[in-house]
Design a protein around this ligand. Sequence first.
Ligand code: 5AD
Ligand code: SF4
Length: 469
Amino acid sequence: MAYTRKEVPAEETERQIDICVRLRARFEGCAALVDTYGCQQNESDSEIIRGFLAEMGCTFTSDEYAADIIVINTCAVREHAEQRILGNVGALNHTKKARPGQIICLCGCMVQQRGMAERIKKSYPIVDLVFGPHELRRFPELLRQRLEGGRRVFAVAESDGEVTEGVPRVRDRGVKAWLSVMYGCNNFCTYCIVPYVRGRERSRRPEDVVAEARSLVEAGYKDITLLGQNVNSYGRDLGGGTDFADLLAAVNAIPGKFTLRFMTSHPRDATEKLFRTMSECEKCEKHIHLPVQSGSNRVLRAMNRGYTREQYLEKIAVARSYMPDIVLTTDIIVGFPGETREEFEETLSLAEQVRYDAMFTFIYSRRAGTAAAKLPDIRSREEKQADFDRLLERANAISLEKHLAYVGRTVEALVDGENGGREYPLTARTNGGRLVHLKGSPEIIGSYVNIKITDAATWALFGELEARQ
Ligand code: 5AD
Ligand code: SF4
């Protein structure tokens, strides 16, 4: 089924902002809480929710008892997240009792799943408004509907998705910014719910992405992450010949010192051109997150990943030929339905072969409506957990070895925040995205510094400013 890219007319977005202005009569000075689960795309969506709320005159709080309006932006990738979210929504019974008139909204991927809106309608009467990812751009209108209509609102119509420009956004002040370059996913990996809840791939125009990146640099952001479910298919729907590597080069050309990151890359679509462009762009991080998911060809096929173990390893070799010290990270699923012991061993051996700087490992979680949900599962939870523990142990040991190799070296890193630690109060990121806990005082947040690495752990490095010569 062909999908044609749909842009939301600018007047429609202006209409939503207009509604915000009218809602000020109700919300001026009210406290809003926006709680975000899941991936960076959700973080980015929450900035839009905050943007609309700020247009309505709200201020922000992190205390649910102080909040007049609560928006929970949910995730559906694994069941565990879902259970946590529903548990937390249940707990809002208390806050709503303590603060009558509190408005509770649920949005994001979890509510877009088939049957979920009904379940919330029945079991969570405190929820006032439910809207899926496609309805995010209509949040002001839906909120007004809830207030004026006197009934709870459930907006989860299915859609392939649209591209909306010009929405207001409240970003965290600081050093880091997310920048969505595309939305949705066409891949239908058989375990994954994302294509069902976020719709088809659609790209923002390169000029819009570059203009937003330029305004971020001008506003002082130093660490910009280009976001998409699969950035490597950027531009296919635009038909203008710009691919992701071209976009990376265009953002890299913006004057000023900043770091350019991106995620996520599907290995099938990671090209030599991408690796060459990364190596040529001085602002681009020398890091790629390349989720392999499994080391077994049979499992990769059953997952519909579109590459073999050998092809994946070949991509890594090409990446390393352009950037010998490239930082590599990945996602792995343990216990995909039908995965045997031997197939799991192949994942373990792939991890040993690549030696990732960091691995994000997950036990397979059945998602209703996906193709894999229908496959028979042959291994018990306990067996999967034992495999998972083994993989995690090896992953951690490799990360630690790689991190220990930094000790004694001096690396340049961007100081990006404080973490409240006493000995190492600051955090910094290397070009390859490694976290450094740093000694020093907050005036240097936002600057690039040379750090002498003095210690290392599985997930972080530790260091101090290199003494000036
Ligand atoms: N079960 C377990 N892990 C999953 N992921 C996506 N769907 C599932 C699932 N059903 C993991 C993949 C993906 C990461 C974001 O989450 O590894 O890369
Ligand atoms: Fe899910 Fe695969 Fe799309 Fe990633 S590429 S969001 S794992 S379907």
